[in-house]
Design a protein around this ligand. Structure first.
Ligand SMILES: Nc1ncnc2c1ncn2[C@@H]1O[C@H](COP(=O)(O)OP(=O)(O)O)[C@@H](O)[C@H]1O
Ligand SMILES: [Mg+2]
Length: 147
């Protein structure tokens, strides 16, 4: 059902790798009533997956911390935030560059932010070293006529 009033959900989980899938599935479940296209679902899933993986792998590296995922929908506009309270990003401009990674050892491609930007309409990064990182991603879904 498409409501014009804002509707919000949030979940908080430990930064274990298997919770990336939990986050992805939760977002899908929350958005399914907007009747997104398969492509839109894939876009949002990929973007959330990249942001949550970053929180787990880069934000907390070897320690386990909390990741907060929120999603707000207003009509067909979707806003997603992924927050960690880990080490923070040293240079946000550099981090956004395609192929830039600080973890080549972990076989990272450096394409996470490039994917988020490609698949969402807007990507904002807020980060403070030693305090954590928040990724805010917005996307307007197209409304399919329900039959
Ligand atoms: N949540 C985060 N906390 C700390 N650093 C981060 C976070 N997200 C991204 N980064 C930094 O930004 C870089 C680029 O991220 P990304 O484009 O996803 O590439 P990759 O994850 O493959 O390294 C990472 O290598 C890391 O240094
Ligand atoms: Mg990444």
């Amino acid at each position: 059902m498409i409501r014009e009033q804002a509707q919000e959900m949030s979940i908080r989980f430990d930064s274990y790798p298997e919770n990336e899938q939990f986050a992805r599935m939760t977002i899908m479940a929350f958005l399914v009533d907007l009747n997104p296209t398969v492509d839109e679902m894939e876009d949002v899933k990929t973007a959330v997956s990249e942001a949550v993986t970053n929180a787990i792998i880069h934000g907390y590296e070897k320690e386990v911390g909390q990741v907060l995922l929120t999603c707000t929908k207003v009509g067909s506009r979707v806003s997603i935030t992924v927050t960690d309270y880990g080490k923070g990003i040293e240079d946000i401009k550099k981090a956004r560059e395609p192929f830039f990674t600080t973890r080549p050892d972990a076989e990272r491609s450096g394409m996470g932010f490039a994917f988020m930007e490609a698949f969402m309409d807007e990507v904002h990064i807020e980060s403070e070293q030693g305090h954590g990182t928040r990724i805010i991603m917005n996307k307007k879904l197209h409304l399919l006529q329900k039959v």
